[in-house]
Structure formats: structure tokens, C-alpha cells
Design a protein around this ligand. Structure first.
Ligand code: DXP
Ligand SMILES: NCC(=O)COP(=O)(O)O
Length: 246
């Protein structure tokens, strides 16, 4: 079945449950419990970003998620030897290679796949050989898609951070860029996903892009859970995505 005909999947990113836990150094709130709540409310998968500095998700969280989750885990990872070893040890369903800078507050942009094909190639090859579905977190930019084609990745995830922070005509132009790049990726046999900075207010136009197969959403859902509970927030996001697909 092509991505365009399937239901748009929701991957819930639980990183910032771990941020709250780590603020006190204990074990509450538990990201694995959050993953179960998200699954109950309609998440199709769980996303977790194991950063080099372990500021939120930690190695033990990945081990627990792999042991206990009944829905697929998408491990976000930098292209480093340490992360490759961890991914190969746990063999999650998917691994999304993301850019990472220790000083950044969050992932500020997409991976420059076009500028570092040679560096990425062994990571893509070794993850793929271990049956892990490899994705590249890139800007919606035809040059980056061309690099993804050269690297033969099955999936790309478009960084929607720019879209999320723009208004008016600039946002409309960015949405068009996302839609054109989703179509270009799909035309080249790559399954397009999207995520970063998506909220109840901005998700619908993105979810309506027919080629997109999956959205990964975290920070907003965890924040909204403070007011309305995680299950309710995830269920509402799920409903908005379904409405967008008519
Ligand atoms: C790669 C990505 O977009 C998400 O993992 C998101 O960045 C959450 O983690 P941070 O907030 O630490 O960037
Ligand atoms: N890859 C994007 C992601 O997992 C979630 O990003 P955000 O919703 O936490 O900004």
C-alpha cells in the first residue's frame, strides 16, 4: 500500500516527559508510562531522541522501551559511532538520523545530507543491514531529497520547525515547500514523514499533505498534557489528523 493511501500515522515523542523527570533526578514521570498512555490514546509509534548529553532520554529508557513497548519505537540519533552501537544493540523498528549540536536548545534545522553523503553512508548501510528502517531528518529542500535518494534511505522526515514559527504568506510558502517536497520524495520511492513544533493550531494543513505517512509530535503534547492529560491531548491530535485527511 502506498503511503498516500494509508492512514496518517502519529508518532508521539516522549523526550520531554524525561525532561520533567530529570529536573528532580528521580523516576517520575516515567517516559515508558507516557508511551503506554500515548499508545492507548491512538499513537501508532513512539519517538525518543537519545541525545549525546542525555539531557532528557537516557540509555535505560531506550532499554525499557524496547523491552516493554508493543508499538514501534523510532530512535532519533546523531550519526556518531556511539549512537550507531546503541541502535545496533537494541534494533528499534526505525532510526531517524538527526543533526545535533550540544549547545542547541532544540534541533534547529535539518541534517545537511547533501553536504555529508560520505559520512552518512556507513550509518545508513549498517542500520539498514540490521533491518532498522532508516530515516533522515532533513529540511524540505530538493537538494536534501536528492541526497536521500543517493543514500537509498526508505524514509525522510521533514523538519517543520520553520513552518511552525512562520506566519501569513511566509507560512503558506513554507507549507507549499513541504507539500512539493513530500510529493518529490514519494515520486522517488521514499516515504515522507514530518515533525517538529507541530501543535493543535498548526497541524491540520501539514496533515492534509496526502503523501505524508507519519507525523512525529512531542513537546506540544507533553505541555498540553499538564492541562488536559496526555491521553486526551494525544486523542485530540489524532482526531485533528484524521479530520485533515477527510
Ligand atoms: C529531532 C527532533 O525534532 C526531536 O527529537 C525534538 O528535537 C525533541 O528533542 P529536543 O527538544 O531535545 O530537540
Ligand atoms: N522529529 C520531531 C519530533 O519527534 C517531535 O518534535 P517536537 O514536537 O517535540 O518539536
Amino acid at each position: 500500500m502506498s503511503a498516500a493511501k494509508g492512514r496518517l500515522r502519529l508518532g508521539v515523542n516522549i523526550d520531554h516527559v524525561a525532561t520533567i523527570r530529570n529536573a528532580r533526578g528521580g523516576d517520575h514521570p516515567d517516559p515508558v508510562r507516557a508511551a503506554f498512555a500515548a499508545a492507548k490514546a491512538g499513537a501508532n509509534g513512539i519517538t525518543a531522541h537519545l541525545r549525546e548529553d542525555r539531557r532528557h532520554i537516557r540509555d535505560a529508557d531506550i532499554a525499557q522501551l524496547m523491552e516493554r513497548l508493543t508499538i514501534p519505537l523510532n530512535l532519533e540519533m546523531a550519526a556518531t559511532d556511539e549512537m550507531l552501537e546503541i541502535a545496533l544493540r537494541h534494533r528499534p523498528h526505525a532510526a531517524c538520523i538527526v543533526p545535533e549540536r550540544r549547545e542547541e536548545r532544540t534541533t534547529e534545522g535539518g541534517l545537511d545530507a547533501a553536504g555529508q553523503d560520505n559520512h552518512l553512508l556507513p550509518f545508513v548501510a549498517r542500520l539498514g543491514a540490521a533491518n532498522i528502517r532508516v530515516s533522515l531528518f532533513i529540511e524540505p529542500d530538493p537538494r536534501q531529497i536528492e541526497a536521500a535518494v543517493r543514500l537509498k534511505v526508505p524514509v525522510v522526515e521533514f523538519h517543520t520547525g520553520r513552518y511552525a514559527h512562520l506566519d501569513g504568506e511566509a507560512r503558506t510558502a513554507e507549507l507549499r515547500r513541504l507539500a512539493d517536497c513530500a510529493a518529490l520524495a514519494a515520486k522517488n520511492g521514499i516515504e515522507p514523514h514530518a515533525g517538529h513544533g507541530l501543535t493543535f493550531d498548526n497541524v491540520v494543513p501539514v496533515a492534509a499533505i496526502p503523501q505524508l505517512a507519519e507525523l512525529n509530535i512531542g513537546h506540544f503534547l507533553v505541555g498540553e498534557a499538564i492541562f488536559d492529560g496526555l491521553e486526551s491531548s494525544v486523542a485530540h491530535m489524532r482526531a485533528l489528523m484524521d479530520e485533515a485527511r477527510g
